[in-house]
Design a protein around this ligand. Sequence first.
Ligand code: ARG
Length: 427
Amino acid sequence: MSERDKVILAYSGGLDTSVAIKWIQDEYDVDVVALTIDLGQGRDLTAIKEKAVKVGAVKAIVVDAKAMFLDYFVWPALMADAVYEGQYPLATALGRPLIAKLLVDIAQQEGASAVAHGCTGKGNDQVRIDVSVHTLDPSLRVIAPAREWRWTRNQEMEYARKNDIPVPVTKKQPYSTDQNLWGRSIEAGVLEDPWEEPPANAWEWTVDPREAPAEPVYVEIEFRQGRPVGLDGEKLDSVTLVQRLHDLAGQHGIGRVDHVENRLVGIKSRELYEAPAATVLHTAHQALETLTLSKQAVRFKTYVAQEYADLIYNGLWFCSHHQDLLAYVISNQRFVSGTVRVRLHRGACTVVGRQSPHSLYSKALATYDTGDQFDHKAAVGFIWVHGLAQQTQMQLQLQAEEPELYRIPVLRPPAIGVEEQDVSERK
Ligand code: ARG
């Protein structure tokens, strides 16, 4: 008897992907291998693995990808200052290319012809996973049950009950969430009204800043060439470092974001994020850059940062444009080593000190005290030349002009009249 074809399913242990195990078998007549990837989402992975087999997977695999996630995906994004639309540190988006990569690895190992995931047909995540899988192995098919079955919640529950798939006993989850070491994304439910203040139950990782400790706490973060390597003088591996900062900053209410975001698929959506560790690390990292990068480098980097964030958000991790940007970032970060001291207090992460062996800050030039080495006389000539073009323009053009305030430019010329149309008609 020939072996049945196999599909590797990215399995979270939730209702959707549990139902998917059974649904894929029925619909496609294949065996399902469940792959659960540990990105630090903080769930009981042994229980998830057992559940996968119980609901019908022929095999359940768990991969600890926490260190890989930080070292290969999160650190480059941090070094690039990649924050989507200035608000979202991209936790979910950064996890997707890694999930796709591991799906492909396991599919190749297991000789599967397809991979599957639980994303719906409206979000960015389906795009990120599909595009990455197609890029890494175009021969693999991608199955997305939640995009294909078009069920209501009740129909899904009905299917689950009929097939002995445990349905959650608690009320329906009020939000759709995704979480990993770099942050937690929260959407849907009452949040779909952008006027509605986020209810307290939306937040799980961060203390309400009003209830955070009255006393601030200080942390010193050490960076080496743009990567965080230690806290308070102690060298730490990536995972421990992020987990420690996560706990500490979360207790002080740091890292809540409420943002109306532009999805790749053309929809605006209201999103909450909780990213305590990411917020502290981005804040500290950028502070160290102000000390160690030249003015031109800091300015140019803002373009790179935006391009980098868009590329991650839009699911285009595995392209050469990304490699080129990263090559710039790595070179740009070679002097970004040193220590930043931040104060965490009631929702605010404030930089209070920074130092670096490669600091460009010169006390001798900056000081207003004794020891000043700046040539004050040189300033006068500089100022004259610096303002010369503007001074000339004011005299020759602007002074004589009577500008109009707020004239709106026309983008759409008026409609073409009949007289202007040259028409021939068949008699
Ligand atoms: N809007 C974010 C993004 O596109 C978060 C998506 C969260 N996913 C989820 N299943 N709730 O990256």
